[in-house]
Design a protein around this ligand. Structure first.
Ligand code: ARG
Length: 459
């Protein structure tokens, strides 16, 4: 007809600007697979409910197969005049099978169609993200296992605090990414209800079977309120919130990698594969991938913020504002996927410089707490007094320009008479780390127990 699909009540064509602001095919073509799956399930249900004849259903399914083939081989004509993916598929179906294509949209609206397609896309994105998180965790666990005994300084305020192991430090991130994965699976469970059959907003007068389409499309059940079904985008917001939090964790690890690779720290080396050079300074090996991962959280939070603002204050039910849900969501998951994969690659390749880390682990009087604990255990001193004596020992060592472990026994005894030579046994970084055997502590055996638990969980 040369008219838009909804052109019956119109005499004039839309203004070019109307088309320009309205068109979404440029981005919602990414919903093609979901749109086809939804249409297949809907057509099968319409047939089984006696709403369309079985030869019509067969023709529709054949046409949809053909379209799937065209999309796969890149010959499908995505056309702006058909506005979005839903009408592009329907228009093509009509070209392929004739007017019977028009029966597919019985008991359906683009409102429940887009709610369905987008929900399935976000559901797939959650599944992919969980798999990417598991791969990153596996890379961290492998490095942690190789370095369960490798000493490094543990920091608070980025000042040396107490010795820990590199394995223990990496396993902290395994915990964070584990929580991230569980947030995506929680969100997935909540979003796994099918909005198909809500139609425009009020439901359908046809004898549709929403349980049947829900089941066919892998949902646990149909959504319970047709108005909510077409106006809810919580599922995307929840996924974007989880993505943002995951981005926060990625940026913290990225920042540590940036710090660790400075010559001043020199704790790790990144592979050539995940670094770049400088066009002017020949000595440079820059951690660009880590820096970009550190930055991507800006996009993730930006996407969450965008969609939150779009949804805020929208009256029920569908409003075209909601077409703005897709771009931020697609962008966020693209950024997150790249970040998770780049981080997994960096982690798998990185090489700790164990001697540098071990030297740093003992610097900055990092075993001072061990001296205080020794005074409590051996001399039965109250911890506050032990803290004071140890502080004085640190001050003395600083004056003499030596480490705590190098302080002569006479100096220590001047601060507390009862101190004997066995105190030196607790003043090495490895004794310090090895002594922290409490559950979740940095002692290599504790770290190995956590590694074992995660290896089983990830297997
Ligand atoms: N392209 C639209 C979107 O992305 C599809 C739904 C349009 N529905 C409507 N009544 N105009 O939200």
């Amino acid at each position: 007809s040369g008219q838009a699909m909804w052109g019956g009540r119109f005499s004039d064509k839309p203004a070019e600007l109307m088309q320009a602001i309205n068109v979404s095919i440029g981005f919602d073509k990414r919903l093609a697979a979901q749109d086809l799956a939804g249409s297949r399930a809907h057509a099968a249900m319409l047939c089984s409910a006696g709403v369309i004849a079985s030869e019509d259903e067969a023709a529709i399914q054949k046409g949809l197969d053909k379209i799937a083939g065209e999309i796969a081989d890149g010959t499908f004509p995505f056309r702006e005049e058909y506005e979005d993916i839903h009408m592009n598929v329907e228009a093509r179906l009509r070209e392929l099978i004739g007017p019977v294509a028009g029966r597919l949209h019985t008991a359906r609206s683009r409102n429940d169609q887009v709610a369905l397609d987008f929900r399935m896309w976000v559901r797939d994105a959650c599944d992919r993200t969980i798999a990417q998180l598991r791969a990153l965790q596996a890379a961290l666990v492998a490095q942690a296992e190789a370095h369960a005994d490798t000493l490094m300084p543990g920091f608070t305020h980025l000042q040396p605090a107490q010795p820990v192991t590199f394995g223990h430090h990496l396993m902290a991130y395994v915990e964070m990414f584990g929580r991230d994965a569980s947030r995506f699976s929680d969100a997935r469970r909540r979003m796994n209800e099918s909005p198909l059959g809500a139609a425009a907003l009020a439901g359908s007068p046809f004898p549709i079977d929403r349980e049947m389409t829900a089941k066919a499309l892998g949902f646990d059940r149909p959504t319970a309120n047709s108005l909510d079904s077409v106006s809810d985008r919580d599922f995307a917001l929840e996924a974007l919130a989880a993505a943002t939090l995951c981005g926060v964790h990625l940026s913290r690890l990225a920042e540590e990698i940036v710090i660790w690779t400075t010559p001043q720290f020199g704790f790790i080396r990144l592979s050539d594969a995940f670094t770049t050079g400088s066009s002017i300074m020949p000595q440079k090996k820059n951690p660009d991938a880590a820096e970009l991962v550190r930055a991507k959280v800006g996009r993730l939070l930006g996407s969450f913020t965008q969609l939150t603002v779009v949804m805020k204050g929208l009256p029920l039910a569908y409003s075209k504002d909601m077409q703005e849900d897709k771009v931020p969501t697609f962008e966020a998951f693209d950024a997150l996927e790249l970040s998770l994969k780049a981080m997994a690659g960096m982690v798998a390749d990185l090489e700790p410089v164990a001697p540098r880390m071990a030297a740093a682990a003992g610097a900055g009087f990092s075993t001072a707490t061990d001296l205080a604990d020794w005074l409590v255990r051996t001399l039965d001193m109250p911890f506050r007094d032990a803290h004071h004596v140890t502080g004085a020992a640190v001050k003395r060592a600083e004056q003499l320009g030596c480490d705590l472990a190098e302080l002569p026994l006479a100096e220590l005894q001047a601060l507390s008479q009862g101190i004997g030579p066995d105190v030196y046994e607790v003043l090495t970084p490895s004794a310090s780390a090895g002594s922290r055997k409490s559950y979740g502590g940095t002692a290599p055996d504790q770290v190995r127990a956590q590694i074992k638990r995660w290896k089983e969980a990830l297997a």
